[in-house]
Design a protein around this ligand. Structure first.
Ligand SMILES: Nc1nc2c(ncn2[C@@H]2O[C@H](COP(=O)(O)OP(=O)(O)OP(=O)(O)O)[C@@H](O)[C@H]2O)c(=O)[nH]1
Ligand SMILES: [Mg+2]
Length: 452
């Protein structure tokens, strides 16, 4: 259940209780913010949140916040004043995670009717997973995006059985799903060296075909890339995911105080003293409705599918995309993120998950954290205040909740340790299951041999 890591904020380990939702009759975890969503108090509360650049180019400017909020926000807020720019005008970077290709197997060779010779089979088109390969490099090298294998050799007096046409091998990055033109998955390439037959060559001419060759298989396929990482950073825009990645790894992602700074996934490695490395993927921010592809949600959510662990990152001061959208408290953002994951693919909620509560250096953070804690401990007291649309059907079972600040470094070491512990536990569990399966297999094969 929810477990708070030791932090310099609290200095204690705190166990939060799960709660029972009367709404859907399921066990839930979470809380309801006591701050109402409207009115003067809420306005002040909102004013304490980081002013940010909104989706449509407007800003929640600090100057609009009430004076009390501005005072409370103080320097930290001023430091992270909104920067309005043309970021949203940028394309989705030059990172490519979907490529449409035409593939055709080679035509078979002609048969030799007089001597009953058989033409060679056409070559095949193969996709071969190779480390270092990218969809971008495929596009750059083969702008036509057409892959045709060689034609089989004709049967001749010298060689009655014609030679097979040359195979065409396309090197693709590991983590590829191959889809047909209707979007149906026809193959997967996860590890380096794995191969997928994309188009089979046609048979050579023989007696059965009146010595006429057959054409090779032809089709349109999509290569859909999903990042494979140990941990995926999931959160609303501006929560500090990229800041966190830059703090725990050598990666240098772009960091800025506006939504959608990260427009393409970025990878970083956490290096531990014993040389263990954990691959972390910084994913672009999600917004409400991401599961319906709002804010390019599908493009980003699909990467979550292949990460082993989820690390949800939320801003303790809450989130508001623009002054036209509703303000969401830290707890509401947790629920909303859960909901987006659940609606996109329910299985995502079965992944081991951790929760990082960021921006603990803000003046309002400790109060908000205490409030959040109260809500987490007695959620049933607050749940009825939440809007229906915020509450997910299921919940993420957070292994640990860690308050952090990427500015001061608070909680960062604890977070790294928690990530390591969680991955190690999972690996141990997988090993145990593998051992059990092997033992069972040995046992049953031994019994069969005894019977024989
Ligand atoms: N006060 C404070 N600000 C922070 C902290 N971490 C990040 N920020 C600020 O929050 C803003 C957003 O940080 P990013 O790391 O770009 O956030 P993100 O989640 O990657 O945002 P997107 O890429 O848009 O999804 C930046 O101005 C950061 O400087 C923190 O611990 N404390
Ligand atoms: Mg980012």
């Amino acid at each position: 259940m929810f477990r708070w890591a030791d932090t310099s904020v609290h200095g204690t380990t705190h166990i939060c209780k799960p709660f029972f939702s009367s709404r859907n009759g399921r066990e839930m975890q979470g809380c309801k913010p006591s701050t109402p969503g409207a009115g003067r108090a809420a306005h002040a509360y909102r004013g304490l949140t980081s002013p940010r650049r909104c989706g449509d180019g407007d800003c929640w400017r600090l100057s609009r916040a009430p004076p009390a909020a501005r005072r409370a926000w103080g320097e930290a807020g001023a430091r992270s004043m909104v920067r309005c720019g043309g970021a949203l005008l940028r394309r989705y970077g030059n990172f490519i995670d979907d490529l449409r290709l035409y593939v055709r197997g080679g035509t078979g060779g002609m048969g030799y009717p007089r001597l009953g010779g058989e033409g060679g089979r056409g070559g095949d088109v193969w996709f071969v997973a190779q480390e270092g390969s990218t969809l971008k490099s495929i596009k750059a090298r083969y702008p036509q995006k057409r892959f045709v294998a060689g034609t089989g050799a004709n049967s001749s007096v010298k060689a009655l059985k014609g030679e097979k046409g040359k195979d065409c091998e396309v090197h693709v990055p590991p983590g590829i799903s191959v889809l047909d033109d209707d979007g149906k998955k026809i193959g997967e390439l996860n590890g380096a060296g794995e191969r997928f037959l994309a188009a089979r060559g046609g048979l050579g001419g023989s007696l059965a075909t009146n010595f006429l060759p057959c054409k090779g298989q032809r089709r349109i396929v999509h290569l859909d890339l999903k990042l494979i990482a140990d941990v995926g950073l999931v959160g609303f825009p501006n929560a500090g995911k990229s800041s966190l990645l830059s703090k725990i790894s050598q990666a240098k992602p772009e960091i800025a105080n506006y939504a959608f700074t990260t427009i393409q996934p970025e990878l970083g490695k956490i290096m531990y003293e014993d040389f263990k490395q954990i691959l972390v993927a910084d994913l672009p921010g999600l917004i409400e409705g991401a599961h319906q592809n709002k804010g390019r949600g599908h493009k980003f959510l699909k990467h979550v599918e292949r990460t082993k662990h989820l690390l949800l990152v939320v801003d303790i001061s809450g989130f508001q995309l623009s002054n036209k959208t509703q303000f969401r408290t830290a707890f509401e953002t947790v629920l909303l993120l859960t909901k987006e994951l659940e609606l996109y693919n329910e299985e995502l909620l079965t992944k081991p998950a951790l929760l990082a509560i960021n921006k603990m250096d803000l003046p309002c953070a400790k109060d908000n954290l205490n409030e959040l804690m109260k809500q987490l401990q007695n959620p049933e007291d607050f749940l009825h205040l939440l809007e229906e649309e915020v509450i997910p059907e299921n919940t993420v079972d957070f292994r640990e909740i860690i308050p952090i600040s990427t500015y001061t470094g608070e909680g960062i070491e604890e977070l790294k340790a928690c990530v390591r512990r969680s991955l190690d536990e999972e690996a141990e569990q997988e090993n145990e299951e593998y051992r059990k399966k092997k033992l069972l297999l040995l046992h049953t094969s031994g019994e069969q041999m005894n019977k024989g």
